[in-house]
Structure formats: C-alpha cells, structure tokens
Unconditional design. Structure first.
Length: 304
C-alpha cells in the first residue's frame, strides 16, 4: 500500500514549485532525485505526467488531472492535521512570511515578534522585500501586501487595514516655492518620486471637484525607497506623497507640513495573503488573526 503513495509528495511539490530544481531545493533533494521519483511514479501509473524540455517541465493533460486529484487528497490530510492542531491549540512548526520593507519592519514585524514570543515552539522566518514574491515557488506560507491584488485565483486574501496617503513638504521648501493649491500647480514644483522597475508610480490626488485622479509624475529626483523620500522632503528638496503613518512623527515635530489635509485622500489597502491550494495550519491562521486584530489598533481603526 505504501508504494502506491511513493512520489506523490515530490510530484505535487514539482508542480507547485514550477519545476524539478525548485522542488529539489524545497525538499532538500537533488534535481536528479526529484526526476527519478517522478519517473518511477509515471512508470507505475503508465502515463506521462510532465512534458519535459531541456529548460522546463510542463504538465501533460493526464498530469493536470492527476495533480488535481492528488491536491484534493492532500487537502483532506491537511484538514485532518489542522483539526488535530486546533484540538491541541499549540502552535508548532515553521512559518515563513514575506513582508514589504518599511511597512513590514515598522508595523507588521512587531506584531509577529509578539506572536512568536507567545508560542515558543513556533519557528518564525521574516523576509523583507518590496517586490511581489512568488509565494509558492519561493516557499512562503504567508505574505503581507499593499495595494490591489489583481484577479488571480492562486491566492487567498484577508484585508487588514487601510493606509492613508498624504501630500507633504518641509516648511523651508514651502516658504521658498509657495504652496500648491491645485493639480496644475504641481508642474511648478519639484516632486520626490517613488521609482520602481524603471517606472514612476502615479500620485492619486483630488482634483478641483474632490475626485481622486491618478497624476503622472516626473522628476529629476527618483528613489526606490520611501524612507529616503521622507528624508529628502525633510531636507526641503521637494513635495512628497507618502503613507501618513511614515511621516506623522515629522508632521508633529514640525519638520513636514501636510498639504490638502481637508481634501479627500487616497488609501492603500493592506492584505494578508496565502496560497489558495494550501490549507491554513493553525500557526498561519492565528498569525493572520493577530495581524487583523492588532494592526488596526496601531492606525486607530476598527478591526476588520
């Protein structure tokens, strides 16, 4: 009976990781061992599961059908494990979390550190990166992401909080250049631009009617780090459009002035996300609950 299940875990991992080499890394095997395990599985089943080339491995039609059935069986096993975990109410095992750099460091990580202190048998790994990771290929159990998630079906999500964005500048800059009163006025000002992947993200600001519109931005001053933009704004180098939580201390200290505070402002939603095909173990589910409960408190919002 055991022989009938040999190779299934390797097969599913190869599909979810997107290739034999990535599956080997995640399973601590060699690519050759992964290939041999899948070859034995194909021989036993009498079908070809992958269409192989020198660079990639793609599922065949039979492979896709078999994967879907394996996945359902694995989900049942995961559900059973989760029920056992829930009965124990003991958080154990490894939790790998991907976080945006600044929001993750200042807002999310303190909550997860507290969560780890409450559960001494939990192994917590935090990875800070502003790029959107491939959660399955990179082996993450959970991620916190800012902004729209798109229409893909590979992830599940839970909204955590809304982050208000604010237009700001230093008192010295405003004394020298004057205060903008409309979107058209921005053309006469230096703008401190967030620059990523050779692209300047537009600013979402209110027009004369109060409607929020995307404003294309261009500038000789471009940064790929929000904290560096804040530093430049404090030094009087231009206007910045930043998350309010990041600049609030500078506003209270008088180093920055929030502009258009009485007008509508854009918000960025923050989400907890996890792979759709993965049944949530207790350690992930309770981590998400902790974030959904504690993050809003830090922003003066009601828990979602």
């Amino acid at each position: 009976m055991r022989d009938r299940f040999d190779g299934i875990e390797v097969f599913v991992e190869a599909v979810e990781a997107g290739g034999f080499k990535r599956a080997a890394d995640r399973l601590s095997l060699t690519p050759s061992a992964v290939g041999k395990a899948i070859a034995r599985l194909e021989e036993r089943l009498g079908v070809r599961l992958f269409q192989r080339t020198t660079r990639t491995q793609c599922l065949t039609e039979d492979g896709q059908q078999y994967y879907e059935r394996c996945l359902r069986a694995i989900e049942e096993l995961r559900t059973g494990e989760s029920l056992l975990e829930t009965g124990r109410r003991e958080v154990v095992g490894k939790l790998r979390v991907s976080l945006p750099v600044l929001f993750g460091r200042y807002c999310v990580a303190p909550i997860l550190r507290s969560y780890a202190r409450q559960h001494p048998k939990l192994e917590l790994e935090l990875s800070f990166n502003d790029r959107q990771v491939d959660m399955i290929a990179d082996g993450f159990d959970l991620a916190v992401r800012n902004g729209a998630l798109g229409n893909g079906t590979s992830l599940r999500a839970r909204r955590l909080i809304s982050q208000r964005k604010a237009l700001c500048a230093s008192p010295a800059y405003l004394a020298e250049r004057g205060q903008p009163h409309s979107l058209a006025d921005l053309r006469d000002h230096d703008m401190l631009v967030y620059w990523r992947n050779d692209y300047a993200l537009p600013w979402r600001l209110p027009d004369v009617s109060g409607d929020l519109v995307d404003v294309p931005v261009s500038s000789r001053l471009r940064f790929d780090d929000l904290e560096a933009i804040t530093d430049a704004a404090v030094e009087g180098m231009g206007l910045a459009w930043q998350p309010h939580w990041l600049i609030s201390d500078h506003i209270r200290a008088g180093r920055l002035v929030e502009l258009w505070a009485d007008r509508p402002s854009a918000v960025i939603e923050a989400y907890a996300v996890w792979p759709a095909a993965q049944h949530l173990p207790l350690r992930s589910r309770l981590a998400i609950d902790a974030l959904a409960s504690e993050l809003p408190k830090r922003f003066g919002q009601e828990a979602v």
